[in-house]
Design a binder for this molecule. Sequence first.
Ligand SMILES: O=P(O)(O)OC[C@H]1O[C@H](O[C@H]2O[C@H](CO)[C@@H](O)[C@H](O)[C@H]2O)[C@H](O)[C@@H](O)[C@@H]1O
Length: 229
Amino acid sequence: MDLKTSHNSPVFVDPLPSLALPMTYTTPTSFPSSGLYLNTPKKKPLPSKIEEVRAAGWLDLMLASSPPRKRQSKDFLPHDVQADDLDLRYRNWMVNYPSALGSFEAITELARGKKLALFLDYDGTLSPIVDNPANAVMSDEMRAAVRHVASLFPTAIISGRSRDKVFDFVKLTELYYAGSHGMDIMGPIRKSESNGHHVECVRSTDSEGKEVNLFQPASEFLPMIAEGV
Ligand SMILES: O=P(O)(O)OC[C@H]1O[C@H](O[C@H]2O[C@H](CO)[C@@H](O)[C@H](O)[C@H]2O)[C@H](O)[C@@H](O)[C@@H]1O
């Protein structure tokens, strides 16, 4: 993987320019009811403490953009929220954020002739949602499916969890892992990347001693993030 960056916007560019993943540091200004998610390029100074992140309202904004939990024990529902309300809110949310599987043919058509990369979430996508995050184990069947797809396309898992935690569940060295919401990225070393290696991308070894690329665009914040997750 070749990572190119400016001070403002590190971008994956190799070898998939049409699928480049911009990682501009922006904050959402609003969450319109239409489901459209507007970002402005206006920059805010980076917070230095997790308390500042909370105070800036960013955690609330992230929660607002997450789907309501479909299955939630009645015991844990706030007293003014009924299970039926929750189902209705979930169905409404699905109108704005429909499943890509419902448009599979159209997506296949758009993808024809293009180089593809696959970006996957972990919790609730590759593993079931369970009460204890430590038990969110991926099935062998799912692991085999991900291994197969990774043999066809560059495949990445992007998670709010730390990179190590996701890797411990998945254990496929051929994948890219973007942990801590992209602050901590690990990827396999590809034969094609002998030149143009990015200065912020460093060689390291994974927990099994295999050589990997590490890209940690804000490594100074990783201890603070580890404290919060
Ligand atoms: O950004 P994501 O990769 O989608 O991670 C979101 C959170 O995932 C995990 O929590 C979720 O899954 C748990 C296990 O099924 C579940 O118990 C929890 O209710 C879900 O929110 C993870 O534990 C969090 O750290 C991530 O932020």
